[in-house]
Design a protein around this ligand. Structure first.
Ligand code: OOG
Ligand code: MG
Length: 271
């Protein structure tokens, strides 16, 4: 990887950012994989990745689509090891990416979907960086609830590096929340057990501490990255704190359910 890849300073020209946003959107629209962006743009930095992501968000808002919130990505060791990227990322969530719990998702609208189980936060108050802490997140939180994220890298083989995955909005595709909403102070978010099941079989088991030591730390990370990008979390934001276990691939016919201690369960079906 290029040594500047971790830099938040953009290296590419504005026209390149536009062209890369076109590539990502084309792959999303056609549900077909493309080579990771750094293959053609080896000088691309993390800052360029976020510049592409910001352009994707700008275009979505310009179409009248509504933003629901943000997500953290690559916040657990299981996810970092699975993807070979060891720097957490953020991505945006649009309201039209949300599906009701229990609903049926079409696999052919996506390239190669995978499912993750996550703790989601809904904020009562805005949060801004820098130096946002776990305590500030918990104080600003209205409630927490269990969520499934369906990620779908637009890159061949679900294989990427840091600038490329950030430009792909951290593989965001769909999400669903469900279960039981709880006040953050009523549950110990550092030690909630979760079982991820596919077709009734447990495929991954972990505890919420796998996410940055505490899922609220992952939300603080989102706030601090957004600060670097000149943004903040609005009141009412829906924020996903990142996959607790590794992500699991799904095929038509699969039924995926995450059962959380204290928070209940959330499920999706694939066709
Ligand atoms: C990047 C997105 C990771 C998570 O929860 O860790 C993510 C990927 O693995 O494709 O959403
Ligand atoms: Mg995720």
């Amino acid at each position: 990887m290029n040594p500047q890849a971790l830099s938040m300073r953009p290296a590419l020209a504005g026209a390149d950012i536009q062209a890369l946003a076109d590539r990502v959107l084309g792959a999303q629209r056609d549900a077909r994989a493309i080579p990771k962006l750094t293959d053609d743009f080896p000088a691309m930095t993390l800052g360029d990745g976020y510049a592409v992501q910001r352009e994707l968000l700008r275009r979505a808002l310009a179409q009248g689509r509504r933003q629901a919130g943000w997500k953290a990505g690559l916040t657990s060791r299981a996810k970092m090891e699975q993807m070979g990227v060891r720097v957490p990322t953020v991505g945006f969530l649009m309201a039209d990416m949300c599906r009701a719990e229990g609903s049926v998702l079409r696999v052919d609208e996506l390239v190669h979907p995978r499912v993750e189980c996550e703790v989601a936060f809904v904020l009562a108050r805005p949060l801004a960086g820098p130096d946002c802490t776990r305590e500030q997140v918990l104080q600003a939180t209205d409630f927490v609830l269990p969520a499934l994220e369906v990620i779908d890298s637009r890159y061949t083989g679900f294989s990427f590096d840091l600038p490329s995955v950030v430009a792909d909005n951290s593989s965001s595709a769909r999400y669903a929340s469900g279960g039981r909403a709880r006040l953050a102070e009523d549950v110990d978010l550092s030690s909630l057990g979760v079982v991820l099941e596919r077709n009734g079989e447990p495929v991954a088991i972990a505890a919420s501490a796998a996410v940055s030591g505490h899922p609220a730390d992952a939300v603080a990370l989102v706030v601090n990255v957004l600060h670097e990008l000149g943004q903040q979390l609005a009141a009412g934001s829906f924020v996903m704190s990142g996959g607790i276990t590794e992500a699991i691939a799904v095929q038509p016919g699969d039924f995926v359910c995450a059962r959380f201690q204290e928070l209940g369960s959330v499920a999706l079906r694939f066709a």
